[in-house]
Design a protein. Structure first.
Length: 75
């Protein structure tokens, strides 16, 4: 079994790489890979921070009336 189980073989991955190369061009691939890597790194650190602090509940805004549709803050 490979990285993706039985979903992809070596030929599939080569074909996907060729399509990506045709779509984005060789000049843009390093920048694309860098941005994807940074995004994955940010996602991992944020998920570790969330699990470490135990923040399962979404945060509530300071003024809940302000975010309610149809409410006005001026009286």
């Amino acid at each position: 079994m490979g990285i993706f189980g039985n979903a992809f073989s070596g030929w599939h991955l080569l074909l996907i790489l060729a399509v990506v190369l045709l779509l984005f061009g060789a000049a843009k691939l390093p920048g694309l890979a860098k941005s994807v890597g940074e995004s994955v790194r940010i996602l991992r650190t944020e998920s570790k921070n969330t699990t470490a602090t135990g923040d399962d509940e979404p945060t509530t805004p300071e003024d809940p009336d302000r975010t309610r549709p149809g409410s006005s803050t001026t009286t």
